[in-house]
Design a protein around this ligand. Sequence first.
Ligand SMILES: [Zn+2]
Length: 297
Amino acid sequence: MLRIGIDLGGSKIEIVALGADGGTLLRRRVATPQGDYPATLAAIAALVRAVEDELGQPGSVGVGIPGAESAATGLIKNANSTCLIGRPLRQDLEALLQREVRLANDANCFALSEAVDGGGQGARVVFGVILGTGVGGGIVCDGQVWAGANGIAGEWGHTPLPLPQAADLPLPPCYCGRSGCVETYLSGPALSRDHAAHGGEPLPALAIAERAAAGDALCTASLARYEARLARALAQVINLLDPEVIVLGGGLSNIERLYANVPQLWLPHVFSDRVDTRLVRHRHGDSSGVRGAAWLW
Ligand SMILES: [Zn+2]
């Protein structure tokens, strides 16, 4: 059985074909047609046909999208690629490809990939977190994405940061229209902004982590604030979902000290005498989104 996964991103569309054993048979990427919905559909269909021609067999198709499909209307919502918003993407792809297509949010695909054969392998409940330009989350239970009644399960990035403290105020405005969302504290740009607000020079998030590792005091303080916020925000997830594993992905998941420090910092905020939830790094990195899309079947 051939599983085809597509990761529809703002700048690129990536496709992967997985064999029955989960091994990668083929993978390629093209630039996403900018702001052009019909061209985006055509590009996806062309990639699928090319892969099937090359491998000589048809496959199942799963697509990861930067947004969610409304369970009520079948239309795309919450997408940062705005040309998708309000479109019946799944229905349109099914018509073009002449088969059933499964769609999932890209953070859900990340969580699924890591749950199947990545950092969360073997766990029944996995919470996947993307800490990058934005912040996303996804829930996988027993190998299945939990999409939710509103298609927003795991959308932790747009829940409020718990227990805001003096250094967290005023609540930063979020593009979603709310203030104080987890994303406004835990994305890469948020770490840079917070560092600058506390007297640091303008630096990308990973440069702050590098300088902290080299002993820079301001960068160390910024990273400590970041860890404390991440711990409070993940404690909330543990209290509600109680996952066995939390897998981090995205650029900031490369900050090694998070894995030792955050589980210490979340202890006082979790309603339990001990916390066995493991915080782990992704195994598949940037490939996790497209692999998870393939695993939707
Ligand atoms: Zn928000």
